[in-house]
Design a protein. Sequence first.
Length: 512
Amino acid sequence: MTIEPVPLSGGFAADGTKELIERCVARLVSRFSDEPFALFQGDTYTWGYVGHIKRFLDEVLEGVDPAVPAALVLRQRPNCLAATIALWGNGRCVTLVSPIRPDQAIAEEISALGSAIVVADTEDWARPGFAGACGDAIGVELRATPSMPVTAYRARPSQMRPGVPVPADHAASVTTSGTTGPPKRFAVAWDDLRRNVVREPSSDRGVVINTLPLFSIGGVGAIATTVFGGRPIALMDRFDVREWAGLIRDHRPRRAGAPPTVLRMVLDAKIPPEWFESVESVYTASAPLPAQLADEFERAYGIPILQGYGATEFLGGVTGWSGDLFAKWGQLKRGSVGRALPDIKLRVVDRVSRKPLGPDEVGNLEVDSPRRAKGVPAGWVSTNDLTRIDHDGFVWILGRSDDVIIRGGFKVSLPEVEAALLQHSGVLDACVVGLPDDRLGAVPAALVVTNGTGLPTEDELIGAVRDRLPAYMAPALVSWRDEMPLNSMLKKDRLLITSLLAAELQERRQRA
């Protein structure tokens, strides 16, 4: 049996999005209960499984104000995903919590949220401090087995802490990736779930292969696609590049999406090109794409990479490439993240005066998008991304304004230092950060991953930078790792890298 997608305009979709999702979930768990909902570790989970969890949650939360949100620790597992959809099916907002954090950080976040309802996997309930942080919230434990009974963990509604309702249009609360600072939390409206679903050709209506964490804005879009399209979703408890590539091979999508780090992993793992023979293009948008990486991937697999740009604040992408646009301009505009998507306004402004700049002038990007997270102000929204927009409307992201440090009065662009290191034949990947320095104000430091063809010395890499850039841009420290530290969004974890390099530099100075 094939599940036909629900039309998102006209007819069936005459209701508001919240009512539409409630109807979609009810339809899937009743009419299509034997159809696949998720694929996980060799098992197939059906929409009947979602119905089982929904009925349990209906009973546990009977009498609880539907405006009170539920905090949900969203692991990449069918039980957690099913609970998210079940709560949406009851019209309840879900506050999504990342499980990929230390025990104390998770407990502190749960305590700070003060949610009256907490839903989590057995593994999370067993974390030190987790249950205590939930206090007298209604707790629901999700067992990670295919037959999986769910059990109320503690208080019933009559005993629970007072819940704090959220506005009626809130469907979810998500956090930014926290690449360069503490993650920020934003609310996503019900209508945004409908707007973020992009209908694909019928040949691409198979399994949803999602690379990003479900608790991210990209993951929320994948969940909405599963609900509106009735499409099963393939889940990986932890990202594994061979497993991901195997899903591409087995389910044969026409398009694939992946952060640049995944493209690097594919090359390093020497995934056979035939595994990607169905793929016509790869879309990447979550982090800058080095030109060398794009060239290497396209040579190896013959698949064009369509780079875009977006942010949680704008509920996803604001620029991108279509196939036709890439065919006409792709080689001429190599390195660009494409043009503004429909209804999106972009401009570049001076970093200090905020005055709009002309074509090809470099400044900070500002975005005016009809799609934005709740709480993001109307009108132009400033970013820290250094950008230029050319005469043809193509956008280049050149780094972040906070990726420039002052070393003894001289400006040092950290992305330029990274690019110089990547030119060395022995360097596979690099991340350059700024470290405080009592004498110079700040100095660049680098963490590199080598390609296994021989370990270049620190002096050799510093010399390679000096050969290409002014001497004051050479890193004060080069450190090696077997692999690049990544955060939950598969981006370079610059906060962790900064901490590691700062400790190493301090230790070195103490020994000197």
